[in-house]
Design a protein around this ligand. Structure first.
Ligand code: PEP
Length: 254
């Protein structure tokens, strides 16, 4: 598939996998994905597995990401993880503002923008998640919600930082529910997000930013989604927990 931007497909393992299970999964991914050059492949294990997984992916085409980080540097922040700590495990990416954190940890756009700035200060590429709830979609508020989240969560980033930031469009009603947005709904939302990036940054930046789709993606709908002009990859939850489904998803995307 000839895409304007290189695809980026990231697996969000959420609060799953022991260290031993993580290593078993990585073993399978390394074998199956060794020859893939067309896609930036990222896995985001839980913090507890980062150390071992970072060793396991050395010399592979699989990059490491974390699922969250603190907006602060080192210091008296009990239970938090600083960007510098993630760099110790060779993390290159960090998921920020996932809807589960927005919902359960009450993360605001303002906090997410601080985290995104802290990520860049540590040379980590943030994957910033945005997306509307079912009630918001049904109330015709999708664009309003996306506009607010994009503007708020990406505030304070320079143009150079924005180009190195990934946006993940994840309609909340599609996450873990088995309901995927139609390709038309995904494309429409992605094009809208890109239009916001033109206004907030400029045309050149907007053209270079990769926008992932997330929400119950599976091998069967990979190709159709990736064929949409503004869909530049996927953030994969459930289907990334199994080597076979994640690998087939990636192979079906190209
Ligand atoms: C996610 O949590 O980012 C996600 C997209 O999950 P799932 O693929 O399981 O819907």
């Amino acid at each position: 598939m000839n895409k304007q931007r290189k695809l980026i497909i990231a697996g969000n393992w959420k609060m799953n996998k022991t260290v031993a299970e993580s290593l078993a999964l990585v073993r399978g991914l390394k074998i199956e994905l060794a020859n893939i050059k067309e896609v930036d492949i990222v896995i985001c294990p839980p913090f507890t597995a980062l150390s071992e997984v970072s060793k396991a992916v050395i010399d592979s085409n699989i990059r490491l990401g974390a699922q969250n980080m603190s907006e602060n540097g080192y210091g008296a922040f009990t239970g938090e993880i600083a960007g510098g700590m993630l760099k110790e495990f060779s993390c290159r990416y960090v998921i920020l503002g996932h809807s589960e954190r927005r919902q359960f940890q009450k993360e605001s756009d303002e906090l997410i923008s601080k985290k995104a700035q802290a990520a860049h200060a540590n040379s980590l590429k943030p994957i910033v998640c945005v997306g509307e709830t079912l009630a918001e979609r049904e109330g015709n508020k999708t664009e309003q919600v996306l506009e607010t989240q994009v503007k708020g969560s990406l505030a304070g980033l320079t143009k150079e930082q924005m180009v190195e930031t990934v946006v993940a469009y994840e309609p909340v009603w599609a996450i873990g529910t088995g309901k995927t947005a139609t390709t038309a709904q995904a494309q429409e939302a992605h094009a809208f997000i890109r239009k916001q990036l033109v206004g907030l940054f400029d045309e050149n930046v907007a053209k270079r930013v990769r926008i992932q789709y997330g929400g119950s993606v599976k091998p069967a709908n990979a190709r159709e989604l990736m064929e949409q002009p503004d869909v530049d990859g996927a953030l994969v939850g459930g289907a990334s927990l199994d080597a076979r489904s994640f690998c087939v998803f990636i192979k079906n995307s190209i």
